[in-house]
Design a protein around this ligand. Structure first.
Ligand code: NDP
Length: 288
């Protein structure tokens, strides 16, 4: 039997509708819509697409949005002073610096991310937010894992007591996913490139999350029949063809539910960014 397809569009729409409702209630109380500022440095073409999509989502929901495009040779000091100005700007509820940074700025990635006011850190990468998430406190949570977990809840897929296996331990996806699923009382295993018996561990998962960055890595024989498979990977294998980290065609015959690529987790990520922007506005207003 073929798996239930977890459509990113369906769940992203629900997340965005809730964010819009929240934003309108915020505007009624405080007189302005939440605002998102995105800083993009350099010409990376994938980043440009992501930033355009973020801008579009702001327009769709009626949020204030500012895109700050800086040349690839922008200095660290110039970038930090742009962030300082946004930190002080009342119209801006959330600030995001699009990654990856150009090569010359990469050694300063933590300086850049740590400069963002934690209450405006809609990517949830600031150590204050990371610490709050790990200790179970209210925080701004990285959009991709937060969107995946929100989707599981909206889709009524049980997390409490489930065996969750995450392949990937990045700061952006794997680790925050671990904290979120643990907070929801899953039993969580995090795998990486040194993991032994990966296939065997994966076959034990009720919820399997693939965040590896390797096209079609997860095969049907790594999946427990009926499991929920979340494919975070985005891999371009031909100029116009994107695939995930999961071998979708074979795995959907074994899994109970699966996210497609494209049309899955990517849409949830942007929807969650909108939700985080409203949450940031409420945090700054002392409402959370
Ligand atoms: P990283 O490259 O930072 O992390 C990849 C992880 O996969 C690492 O922990 C690595 O292990 C692990 N890994 C690599 N090879 C293997 C292997 N053979 N067996 C087991 N584990 C392995 O990637 P990200 O977390 O940033 O992104 C993962 C994927 O998700 C990418 O395709 C990215 O494009 C996509 N992505 C999608 C988003 C969306 O909105 N849909 C948002 C963010 C990312 P180790 O630590 O040992 O090196």
């Amino acid at each position: 039997m073929s798996a239930r397809i977890l459509s990113g569009k369906e769940f992203a729409t629900k997340i965005k509708e809730a964010a819009k409702e929240d934003a309108l209630a915020f505007r009624d109380e405080y007189g302005f819509m939440p605002g998102l500022a995105v800083i993009i440095i350099g010409e990376d073409s994938a980043s440009q697409v992501y930033v355009r999509n973020k801008n579009k989502a702001c327009e769709e929901l009626g949020f204030h949005s500012e895109m700050i495009a800086l040349p690839a040779d922008t200095s660290k000091d110039e970038l930090l002073s742009r962030i300082d100005a946004l930190n002080a700007d009342k119209k801006i509820s959330g600030i995001l610096v699009q990654l990856p940074l150009p090569k010359a700025l990469q050694p300063f990635e933590y300086d850049v991310l740590n400069r963002i006011d934690p209450m405006k850190d809609v990517d949830g990468f600031h150590p204050v937010n990371v610490g709050r998430l790990v200790t179970g406190q209210e925080s701004l949570v990285p959009c991709t894992p937060a969107g995946c977990v929100r989707m599981l809840e909206l889709a009524d897929i049980p997390i409490d007591g489930a065996n969750a296996v995450i392949i990937g331990r990045s700061n952006i996806v794997g680790k925050p996913m671990m904290s979120l699923l643990l907070k929801k009382s899953a039993t969580v295993t995090v795998c990486h490139s040194h993991t032994k018996n990966l296939a065997e561990i994966c076959r034990n998962a009720d919820v399997l999350v693939a965040a590896i960055g390797k096209p079609l890595f997860v095969k049907a024989d790594m999946v427990k029949p009926g499991a929920t498979v979340i494919d975070v990977g985005i891999n371009r294998i031909e100029p116009k063809k994107l695939v995930g980290d999961v071998d979708y065609d074979s795995v959907k015959e074994v899994a109970g539910a699966i996210t497609p690529v494209p049309g899955g987790v990517g849409l949830l990520t942007i929807a969650m960014l909108m939700a985080n922007t409203v949450k940031a506005a409420k945090l700054q207003a002392g409402r959370i």
